[in-house]
Design a protein around this ligand. Structure first.
Ligand SMILES: [Zn+2]
Length: 108
């Protein structure tokens, strides 16, 4: 596989702060968790989903998650079961749909 060129992470305050200004539900909703949208934050994809070692992902590769799901995917919970790849990709799709809907993710 050809290595991708190094690119500084694209940071967007608008993407990060969207849950502070709009009602964004948890896009992962593990175990039926769909906590209060007031607790939704942008969680960057890490681990096997990251583009490179020690490289912070672009903000548009983030998931809007409740605090409970955020703790689970970051290993800060008693839940040892991790979401499936399909669940993560579905959450990414849903998160990017919210970004596009609220015009914080646009394509030239
Ligand atoms: Zn959740």
């Amino acid at each position: 596989m050809t290595a991708l060129p190094k690119l500084p992470p694209i940071v967007s305050v608008a993407i990060r702060n969207l849950p502070k200004h709009e009602t964004i539900p948890c896009t992962l909703a593990l175990f039926g968790f769909r906590e209060n949208p007031e607790h939704t934050v942008l969680a960057h994809l890490r681990g096997k989903w990251a583009l490179g070692m020690a490289q912070k992902p672009h903000d548009f590769f983030g998931l809007y998650l409740c605090d409970r799901c955020h703790d689970i995917i970051n290993g800060r919970s008693n839940h040892t079961e991790q979401p499936s790849d399909w669940e993560v990709l579905n959450a990414l799709y849903r998160s990017q749909q919210f970004m596009a809907l609220h015009r914080v993710l646009q394509v030239k």
